[in-house]
Design a protein around this ligand. Sequence first.
Ligand SMILES: Cc1ncc(COP(=O)(O)O)c(C=O)c1O
Length: 353
Amino acid sequence: MQTKTIWINGKLVPEAEATLPFLTPALHYGVAVFEGIRCYATPRGPCVFRLQDHIERLFDSARVLGFRELPYTADQIVEACLDTVRANGFEECYIRPLVWLAEGGWNLTVDGGKPYFGIAVWEWKQYLGAEAAERGVRANISSFTRHHPNVMMTKAKIAGNYPNSVLAKTESLRLGFDEAILLDAQGMVAECTGENIFLVRKGTIYTPPDGTILEGLTRDAMLRLAEDMGYEVVAKPISRDQLYVAEEVFVCGTAAEVIGLREIDFRTIGSGKTGPVTRDFQTAYRALVRGAHPRSAEWLAPVYARKSPFPERPEELADVIDEPLGLTFQSGGGEVPAARHPHALARGEPERS
Ligand SMILES: Cc1ncc(COP(=O)(O)O)c(C=O)c1O
Protein backbone atom coordinates (compact mmCIF):
# COMPACT_ATOMS: atom_id res chain seq x y z
CA MET A 1 0.00 0.00 0.00
CA GLN A 2 1.28 3.48 -0.86
CA THR A 3 1.52 6.46 1.49
CA LYS A 4 -1.54 8.54 0.63
CA THR A 5 -1.54 11.34 3.11
CA ILE A 6 1.06 13.35 5.01
CA TRP A 7 0.45 15.62 7.99
CA ILE A 8 2.07 19.04 7.58
CA ASN A 9 1.69 21.82 10.12
CA GLY A 10 -1.69 20.67 11.33
CA LYS A 11 -3.20 19.56 8.01
CA LEU A 12 -3.46 16.19 6.29
CA VAL A 13 -2.49 16.71 2.65
CA PRO A 14 -2.12 14.32 -0.31
CA GLU A 15 1.39 12.87 -0.53
CA ALA A 16 2.09 14.62 -3.85
CA GLU A 17 1.40 18.00 -2.29
CA ALA A 18 3.75 17.50 0.68
CA THR A 19 6.70 19.24 -0.96
CA LEU A 20 9.25 21.73 0.37
CA PRO A 21 10.72 24.84 -1.28
CA PHE A 22 14.31 24.32 -2.44
CA LEU A 23 15.31 27.27 -0.26
CA THR A 24 14.62 25.50 3.02
CA PRO A 25 17.55 25.87 5.44
CA ALA A 26 16.94 22.43 6.98
CA LEU A 27 17.69 20.87 3.59
CA HIS A 28 20.99 22.71 3.29
CA TYR A 29 22.27 22.49 6.87
CA GLY A 30 20.55 19.40 8.33
CA VAL A 31 18.73 21.53 10.90
CA ALA A 32 15.88 19.18 11.67
CA VAL A 33 15.02 16.61 14.33
CA PHE A 34 13.04 13.45 13.77
CA GLU A 35 11.76 10.18 15.20
CA GLY A 36 11.37 6.67 13.89
CA ILE A 37 8.39 4.82 15.38
CA ARG A 38 6.63 1.58 14.52
CA CYS A 39 2.96 0.72 14.45
CA TYR A 40 2.19 -3.01 14.74
CA ALA A 41 -0.84 -5.12 13.94
CA THR A 42 -2.16 -6.55 17.21
CA PRO A 43 -5.32 -8.46 18.10
CA ARG A 44 -6.80 -5.12 19.10
CA GLY A 45 -6.00 -3.46 15.80
CA PRO A 46 -2.97 -1.36 14.90
CA CYS A 47 -1.03 -0.08 17.93
CA VAL A 48 1.96 2.27 18.09
CA PHE A 49 4.89 1.14 20.22
CA ARG A 50 6.09 3.68 22.81
CA LEU A 51 4.48 6.58 20.97
CA GLN A 52 4.53 8.95 23.94
CA ASP A 53 8.21 8.18 24.66
CA HIS A 54 9.21 8.78 21.03
CA ILE A 55 7.41 12.10 20.91
CA GLU A 56 9.03 13.15 24.20
CA ARG A 57 12.41 12.32 22.64
CA LEU A 58 11.44 14.38 19.56
CA PHE A 59 10.77 17.38 21.79
CA ASP A 60 14.00 16.74 23.73
CA SER A 61 15.90 16.64 20.42
CA ALA A 62 14.32 19.97 19.43
CA ARG A 63 15.40 21.44 22.77
CA VAL A 64 18.95 20.12 22.34
CA LEU A 65 19.08 21.72 18.88
CA GLY A 66 18.10 25.02 20.48
CA PHE A 67 14.46 25.51 19.50
CA ARG A 68 12.84 27.55 22.25
CA GLU A 69 9.22 27.66 21.25
CA LEU A 70 7.37 25.05 19.28
CA PRO A 71 3.91 25.57 17.76
CA TYR A 72 2.55 22.21 19.01
CA THR A 73 2.57 20.31 22.29
CA ALA A 74 3.81 16.74 22.58
CA ASP A 75 0.21 15.59 23.17
CA GLN A 76 -0.92 17.24 19.93
CA ILE A 77 1.86 15.49 18.00
CA VAL A 78 0.93 12.14 19.58
CA GLU A 79 -2.63 12.66 18.31
CA ALA A 80 -1.36 13.82 14.92
CA CYS A 81 0.69 10.61 14.54
CA LEU A 82 -2.42 8.53 15.22
CA ASP A 83 -4.45 10.68 12.78
CA THR A 84 -1.84 10.13 10.08
CA VAL A 85 -1.85 6.34 10.52
CA ARG A 86 -5.67 6.37 10.40
CA ALA A 87 -5.71 8.59 7.31
CA ASN A 88 -3.48 6.12 5.46
CA GLY A 89 -5.33 3.02 6.68
CA PHE A 90 -2.18 1.02 7.51
CA GLU A 91 -2.31 -1.91 9.91
CA GLU A 92 1.48 -1.91 10.27
CA CYS A 93 3.74 0.96 9.37
CA TYR A 94 6.74 3.09 10.21
CA ILE A 95 5.99 6.62 11.47
CA ARG A 96 8.35 9.52 10.78
CA PRO A 97 7.66 12.82 12.56
CA LEU A 98 10.05 15.61 11.55
CA VAL A 99 10.57 19.14 12.87
CA TRP A 100 12.55 21.28 10.49
CA LEU A 101 13.85 24.82 10.23
CA ALA A 102 11.87 26.74 7.61
CA GLU A 103 11.37 30.33 6.55
CA GLY A 104 14.81 31.65 7.31
CA GLY A 105 17.73 30.51 9.36
CA TRP A 106 20.32 31.31 6.72
CA ASN A 107 22.31 33.05 9.43
CA LEU A 108 23.02 29.61 10.93
CA THR A 109 20.78 30.04 13.94
CA VAL A 110 17.54 28.30 14.80
CA ASP A 111 16.24 31.70 15.90
CA GLY A 112 16.43 33.00 12.33
CA GLY A 113 13.64 30.70 11.06
CA LYS A 114 10.51 28.83 12.12
CA PRO A 115 10.06 25.21 13.25
CA TYR A 116 7.68 23.36 10.91
CA PHE A 117 6.21 19.96 11.72
CA GLY A 118 5.46 17.04 9.42
CA ILE A 119 4.51 13.38 9.87
CA ALA A 120 4.75 10.67 7.22
CA VAL A 121 3.91 6.97 7.52
CA TRP A 122 4.87 4.12 5.24
CA GLU A 123 5.02 0.35 5.17
CA TRP A 124 8.49 -0.85 6.13
CA LYS A 125 9.04 -4.49 6.92
CA GLN A 126 12.42 -6.01 7.75
CA TYR A 127 15.04 -3.26 7.78
CA LEU A 128 18.06 -5.59 7.77
CA GLY A 129 16.55 -8.11 5.35
CA ALA A 130 14.08 -10.97 5.55
CA GLU A 131 16.51 -13.54 6.95
CA ALA A 132 18.22 -11.28 9.49
CA ALA A 133 16.14 -12.31 12.51
CA GLU A 134 16.72 -15.98 11.82
CA ARG A 135 20.32 -16.10 10.67
CA GLY A 136 21.82 -12.94 12.12
CA VAL A 137 23.83 -10.46 10.04
CA ARG A 138 27.50 -9.68 9.31
CA ALA A 139 29.01 -6.43 10.59
CA ASN A 140 32.32 -4.58 10.43
CA ILE A 141 33.99 -2.03 12.69
CA SER A 142 33.63 1.16 10.72
CA SER A 143 36.59 3.30 9.72
CA PHE A 144 34.36 6.26 10.69
CA THR A 145 34.22 7.34 14.35
CA ARG A 146 30.90 8.00 16.11
CA HIS A 147 30.31 11.64 17.00
CA HIS A 148 31.99 13.08 20.06
CA PRO A 149 29.17 14.52 22.20
CA ASN A 150 30.82 17.92 22.13
CA VAL A 151 30.85 17.91 18.32
CA MET A 152 27.38 16.65 17.52
CA MET A 153 24.74 16.07 20.15
CA THR A 154 24.43 12.31 20.42
CA LYS A 155 21.33 12.32 22.62
CA ALA A 156 19.30 14.01 19.92
CA LYS A 157 18.01 12.60 16.64
CA ILE A 158 19.22 15.57 14.63
CA ALA A 159 19.07 15.09 10.85
CA GLY A 160 22.58 16.58 10.50
CA ASN A 161 23.99 13.78 12.71
CA TYR A 162 23.06 11.14 10.20
CA PRO A 163 25.66 11.58 7.45
CA ASN A 164 27.92 9.88 10.04
CA SER A 165 25.64 6.83 9.83
CA VAL A 166 25.34 7.15 6.05
CA LEU A 167 29.15 7.19 5.64
CA ALA A 168 29.55 4.12 7.84
CA LYS A 169 26.65 2.13 6.38
CA THR A 170 27.61 2.88 2.77
CA GLU A 171 31.17 1.76 3.47
CA SER A 172 29.90 -1.35 5.24
CA LEU A 173 27.57 -2.44 2.42
CA ARG A 174 30.22 -1.73 -0.23
CA LEU A 175 32.62 -3.97 1.70
CA GLY A 176 29.99 -6.72 1.63
CA PHE A 177 28.76 -6.46 5.25
CA ASP A 178 25.20 -5.77 6.41
CA GLU A 179 25.79 -3.24 9.19
CA ALA A 180 28.56 -1.08 10.67
CA ILE A 181 29.65 -0.81 14.31
CA LEU A 182 31.05 2.62 15.18
CA LEU A 183 33.65 3.25 17.88
CA ASP A 184 33.52 6.43 19.93
CA ALA A 185 36.24 9.09 20.02
CA GLN A 186 38.02 7.09 22.77
CA GLY A 187 38.07 4.00 20.58
CA MET A 188 35.45 2.06 22.54
CA VAL A 189 32.34 0.49 21.00
CA ALA A 190 29.52 3.02 20.68
CA GLU A 191 26.62 1.81 18.54
CA CYS A 192 25.62 0.88 15.01
CA THR A 193 24.31 3.22 12.32
CA GLY A 194 20.73 2.96 13.61
CA GLU A 195 20.89 0.44 16.46
CA ASN A 196 22.32 0.02 19.95
CA ILE A 197 24.48 -2.99 20.74
CA PHE A 198 24.71 -5.71 23.42
CA LEU A 199 27.10 -8.61 23.95
CA VAL A 200 26.79 -11.78 26.03
CA ARG A 201 29.88 -13.21 27.73
CA LYS A 202 30.17 -15.78 30.50
CA GLY A 203 26.58 -15.41 31.56
CA THR A 204 26.42 -11.59 31.69
CA ILE A 205 25.08 -9.13 29.15
CA TYR A 206 27.10 -5.97 28.47
CA THR A 207 26.18 -2.78 26.66
CA PRO A 208 28.12 0.48 26.19
CA PRO A 209 27.28 3.26 28.67
CA ASP A 210 24.98 5.95 27.33
CA GLY A 211 27.53 8.82 27.15
CA THR A 212 28.18 8.89 23.41
CA ILE A 213 25.21 6.95 22.07
CA LEU A 214 21.61 7.64 21.22
CA GLU A 215 19.60 6.33 24.16
CA GLY A 216 17.47 3.98 22.11
CA LEU A 217 13.97 3.22 23.28
CA THR A 218 14.45 -0.36 22.10
CA ARG A 219 17.64 -0.52 24.20
CA ASP A 220 15.59 0.69 27.14
CA ALA A 221 12.98 -1.99 26.40
CA MET A 222 15.78 -4.60 26.35
CA LEU A 223 16.92 -3.45 29.80
CA ARG A 224 13.39 -3.84 31.17
CA LEU A 225 12.88 -7.21 29.48
CA ALA A 226 16.25 -8.36 30.85
CA GLU A 227 15.02 -7.58 34.36
CA ASP A 228 11.82 -9.52 33.73
CA MET A 229 13.74 -12.50 32.39
CA GLY A 230 16.36 -12.52 35.14
CA TYR A 231 19.31 -11.48 33.01
CA GLU A 232 22.00 -9.26 34.46
CA VAL A 233 22.98 -6.34 32.19
CA VAL A 234 26.11 -4.29 32.87
CA ALA A 235 26.66 -0.94 31.09
CA LYS A 236 30.42 -0.49 30.69
CA PRO A 237 32.96 0.53 28.06
CA ILE A 238 33.48 -2.30 25.57
CA SER A 239 36.55 -2.75 23.34
CA ARG A 240 36.22 -4.09 19.82
CA ASP A 241 38.00 -7.33 20.72
CA GLN A 242 35.48 -7.94 23.51
CA LEU A 243 32.95 -8.20 20.69
CA TYR A 244 35.14 -10.74 18.87
CA VAL A 245 35.26 -13.10 21.89
CA ALA A 246 31.61 -12.70 22.92
CA GLU A 247 29.31 -15.71 22.88
CA GLU A 248 26.59 -13.56 21.34
CA VAL A 249 26.29 -10.02 20.04
CA PHE A 250 22.95 -8.49 19.20
CA VAL A 251 21.73 -5.08 18.08
CA CYS A 252 18.36 -3.41 18.54
CA GLY A 253 16.44 -0.43 17.25
CA THR A 254 12.98 0.55 16.11
CA ALA A 255 13.71 -0.21 12.45
CA ALA A 256 15.90 -3.32 12.89
CA GLU A 257 14.08 -4.67 15.99
CA VAL A 258 16.34 -7.34 17.63
CA ILE A 259 18.98 -8.93 15.39
CA GLY A 260 22.00 -11.11 16.18
CA LEU A 261 25.44 -10.41 14.66
CA ARG A 262 26.80 -13.72 13.44
CA GLU A 263 30.12 -12.32 12.23
CA ILE A 264 32.19 -9.19 12.95
CA ASP A 265 35.27 -8.27 10.89
CA PHE A 266 35.38 -11.80 9.41
CA ARG A 267 35.36 -13.40 12.89
CA THR A 268 32.51 -15.78 13.68
CA ILE A 269 30.67 -14.74 16.85
CA GLY A 270 29.86 -17.65 19.15
CA SER A 271 28.25 -20.47 17.22
CA GLY A 272 27.76 -18.25 14.16
CA LYS A 273 23.99 -18.48 14.61
CA THR A 274 21.46 -16.41 16.49
CA GLY A 275 22.20 -17.49 20.07
CA PRO A 276 19.79 -18.47 22.87
CA VAL A 277 19.96 -15.17 24.76
CA THR A 278 19.35 -13.17 21.58
CA ARG A 279 16.41 -15.49 20.86
CA ASP A 280 14.93 -14.82 24.30
CA PHE A 281 15.05 -11.07 23.63
CA GLN A 282 13.67 -11.46 20.10
CA THR A 283 10.80 -13.57 21.38
CA ALA A 284 9.95 -11.28 24.26
CA TYR A 285 10.19 -8.17 22.04
CA ARG A 286 7.98 -9.72 19.39
CA ALA A 287 5.37 -10.52 22.04
CA LEU A 288 5.72 -7.03 23.49
CA VAL A 289 5.12 -5.10 20.27
CA ARG A 290 2.30 -7.38 19.15
CA GLY A 291 0.23 -7.02 22.28
CA ALA A 292 0.99 -10.41 23.81
CA HIS A 293 3.24 -9.45 26.70
CA PRO A 294 2.33 -8.20 30.18
CA ARG A 295 4.14 -4.94 29.41
CA SER A 296 2.27 -4.44 26.11
CA ALA A 297 -0.60 -2.48 27.64
CA GLU A 298 1.88 0.00 29.15
CA TRP A 299 3.66 0.66 25.84
CA LEU A 300 1.16 0.22 23.02
CA ALA A 301 -1.11 3.07 21.94
CA PRO A 302 -4.13 1.79 19.98
CA VAL A 303 -4.74 3.69 16.74
CA TYR A 304 -8.48 3.13 17.00
CA ALA A 305 -9.87 3.82 20.46
CA ARG A 306 -11.43 0.90 22.22
CA LYS A 307 -12.75 0.56 25.71
CA SER A 308 -10.33 -2.12 26.79
CA PRO A 309 -7.46 -2.40 24.37
CA PHE A 310 -5.92 -5.52 25.86
CA PRO A 311 -7.33 -8.70 27.33
CA GLU A 312 -6.34 -9.47 30.88
CA ARG A 313 -5.16 -12.93 29.97
CA PRO A 314 -2.38 -12.67 27.39
CA GLU A 315 -2.63 -16.38 26.49
CA GLU A 316 -5.80 -15.50 24.59
CA LEU A 317 -3.51 -13.86 22.11
CA ALA A 318 -1.32 -16.85 21.34
CA ASP A 319 -2.95 -17.50 17.97
CA VAL A 320 -2.03 -14.08 16.62
CA ILE A 321 1.70 -14.35 17.09
CA ASP A 322 3.67 -15.50 14.04
CA GLU A 323 5.50 -18.18 15.94
CA PRO A 324 5.46 -19.72 19.41
CA LEU A 325 6.41 -17.14 21.99
CA GLY A 326 8.69 -19.29 24.06
CA LEU A 327 7.29 -17.41 27.04
CA THR A 328 4.60 -18.62 29.36
CA PHE A 329 2.29 -16.24 31.12
CA GLN A 330 0.70 -16.70 34.51
CA SER A 331 -3.01 -16.92 34.05
CA GLY A 332 -3.87 -14.38 36.74
CA GLY A 333 -2.51 -11.27 35.16
CA GLY A 334 0.69 -11.15 33.54
CA GLU A 335 3.98 -11.88 35.12
CA VAL A 336 6.67 -13.28 32.89
CA PRO A 337 8.43 -16.10 34.66
CA ALA A 338 12.20 -15.71 34.77
CA ALA A 339 13.83 -16.94 31.60
CA ARG A 340 16.76 -19.26 31.80
CA HIS A 341 19.17 -17.26 33.88
CA PRO A 342 22.45 -16.44 32.12
CA HIS A 343 24.39 -18.20 34.85
CA ALA A 344 22.61 -21.33 33.75
CA LEU A 345 24.13 -20.74 30.33
CA ALA A 346 27.57 -20.51 31.84
CA ARG A 347 26.98 -23.76 33.68
CA GLY A 348 25.97 -25.36 30.40
CA GLU A 349 22.39 -26.11 31.42
CA PRO A 350 20.04 -27.00 28.59
CA GLU A 351 18.07 -24.27 26.86
CA ARG A 352 14.46 -23.69 27.73
CA SER A 353 12.23 -25.18 25.12
C1 LIG B 1 22.26 6.11 15.93
C2 LIG B 1 21.14 5.32 16.49
N1 LIG B 1 21.35 4.56 17.56
C3 LIG B 1 20.36 3.81 18.11
C4 LIG B 1 19.08 3.83 17.57
C5 LIG B 1 17.98 3.01 18.22
O1 LIG B 1 17.03 3.86 18.80
P1 LIG B 1 15.52 3.38 19.00
O2 LIG B 1 15.59 2.07 19.69
O3 LIG B 1 14.90 4.43 19.85
O4 LIG B 1 14.93 3.26 17.65
C6 LIG B 1 18.80 4.62 16.46
C7 LIG B 1 17.46 4.65 15.87
O5 LIG B 1 16.78 5.57 16.00
C8 LIG B 1 19.85 5.40 15.90
O6 LIG B 1 19.63 6.17 14.84
